[in-house]
Design a protein around this ligand. Structure first.
Ligand SMILES: *[C@@H]1O[C@H](CO)[C@@H](O)[C@H](O)[C@H]1NC(C)=O
Ligand SMILES: *[C@@H]1O[C@H](CO)[C@@H](O)[C@H](O)[C@H]1NC(C)=O
Ligand SMILES: *[C@@H]1O[C@H](CO)[C@@H](O)[C@H](O)[C@H]1NC(C)=O
Length: 431
């Protein structure tokens, strides 16, 4: 739209009114779409593959495909196709500021490779970028999308760059971990609130002020405040009324085993005088301690009062990225097979929702059916070459690996359950 306005010549009134009508039409019909990529014909003219890591032969190739299973084989995206490679690709759009506007960043991602460690996130970048050099060091404005590594990391990243520093979201946002397509949406509003959606369902929401450390905190604990001398923060105290019972200290820790008998063949002269072995005394309760009672003077835990943080300066433009201009993928993948599609940058959450419904929503059932079919085939293949022969081909080795890993997963899950159970036991013991 900015381009259209600049192009309007101020000479011919007829042409001017025509141009205004035209630009109005464009404004309505495009519904504030800044960038939309469905990876149809011509996508390669819009995207620039970076030369990053090419010299080291570590730059991975993208495969233009709908993948091994999909809801529509004509609907293609771009998929990482080589293991242990870096990937960097980006597209440019007319510079855009989200001031006073909602920013929506959305794309779909499918990890066909049963991802055990790797990212599926995208980035929005601002200012000038040499797209041929786009890489891990290129500074970005927003990084958003799923990230998986082992058991501990299965989350949606939402990293915001503010004043030259990257800030991770402080809340946990779980991501999808299966091998199907999912849509990730980040919405940033002019009131500095945000939402994160997965498959059009809100998974997290809140405020830029509370969920990232972009600014210093508004309130801090008064550093001058001190706990008053007479503040009693002991909740329980020894009962001053409780007295040690008479003879408590005379109870021995161990006693001769009353059930022990002198062996038949014991010879007092040779073996010495027989004494019974000792056992722990069930009467012995350890050193005496007075009972604990609630402290009548208990005032609760002392907390410093909160005061306005002198270092806090509000920034009403906290949510603003004044010159967004590129969208890109920059990843390291141990195992390739991540497929991106339907990349959208716009200002209308409703439009994004509809696009997700028309793409992922319409295809997801067929995709699941295609996936189930592919899995069935794979399992049949595997059972056909059941490992009678240990000098199996490469492909069969991989299949064995997958089985091994699954067994490991099961035993890990079991041990986690066991740990949880034993924690329960401990709690019960204490009660
Ligand atoms: C691209 O993807 C298709 C479909 O999954 C696959 O058959 C083909 O081998 C892939 N090509 C490369 C170069 O990975
Ligand atoms: C921005 O960063 C600089 C240097 O790190 C710092 O001095 C300044 O206080 C920061 N400004 C804001 C608004 O956070
Ligand atoms: C199984 O685990 C090994 C080692 O962690 C890994 O190299 C291999 O790719 C995994 N196989 C599958 C099918 O996940």
């Amino acid at each position: 739209m900015a381009i259209l306005k600049r192009r309007v010549p101020m000479l011919n009134p007829i042409f001017l009114s025509l141009a205004i009508t035209l630009s109005l039409f464009v404004a309505i019909s495009s519904a504030g779409v800044i960038f939309e990529e469905n990876f149809e014909d011509g996508w390669e003219n819009r995207w620039v593959k970076s030369d990053w890591k090419k010299d080291e032969k570590m730059a991975g190739e993208w495969n233009y495909t709908s993948g091994k299973w999909s809801g529509n084989t004509n609907d293609k995206g771009i998929q990482t196709s080589e293991d242990h490679r870096f990937y960097a690709i980006s597209a440019e759009f007319p510079e855009f500021s989200n001031k006073d506007k909602t920013l929506v960043f959305q794309f779909s991602v499918k990890h066909e490779q049963k991802l055990d460690c790797g990212g599926g996130y995208m980035k929005l970048l601002s200012g000038e970028l040499d797209q041929k050099k786009f890489g891990g060091d290129s500074s970005y404005s927003i990084m958003f999308g799923p990230d998986i590594c082992g058991y501990s990391t299965k989350k949606v990243h939402a990293i915001l760059t503010y004043n030259g520093t990257n800030h991770l979201i402080k809340k946990e946002v779980p991501c999808e971990t299966d091998q199907l397509t999912h849509v990730y949406t980040f919405i940033l509003r002019p009131d500095a609130t945000y939402s994160i959606l997965v498959d059009n369902v809100e998974k997290q929401s809140g405020s830029l002020y509370s969920d990232w450390d972009l600014l210093p905190p508004k309130k801090i604990k008064d550093p001058e405040a001190k706990k008053p001398e007479d503040w009693d923060d002991k909740e329980y105290i020894p009962d001053p009324e409780d007295k040690k019972p008479e003879g408590y200290d005379d109870i021995p820790k161990e006693i001769p085993d009353p059930d022990a008998k002198k062996p038949e063949d014991w010879d007092d002269e040779e073996d010495g005088e027989w004494t019974a072995p000792t056992i722990p005394n069930p009467e012995y309760k350890g050193p005496w301690k007075p009972k604990k009672i609630k402290n009548p003077n208990y005032k609760g835990k002392w907390k410093a009062p909160m005061i306005d943080n002198p270092d806090f300066k509000d920034d009403p433009d906290l949510y603003v990225y004044p010159n967004l201009k590129y969208v890109g993928v920059e990843l390291w993948q141990v195992k390739s097979g991540t497929l991106f599609d339907n990349v959208l940058v716009c200002d209308d959450p409703e439009y994004a929702k509809q696009l997700a419904e028309e793409t992922w929503g319409k295809q997801k059932d067929a995709e699941k059916a295609a996936f189930d079919e592919a899995e069935k085939k794979r399992e049949e293949e595997e059972s056909k070459d059941d490992p009678v022969d240990s000098d199996a081909e490469d492909g069969e080795d991989d299949a064995d690996d997958a089985e091994d890993n699954e067994t490991d997963d099961d035993s890990k899950a079991d041990s986690i359950e066991h740990e949880a159970a034993s924690v329960d036991d401990d709690v019960h013991d204490e009660l």
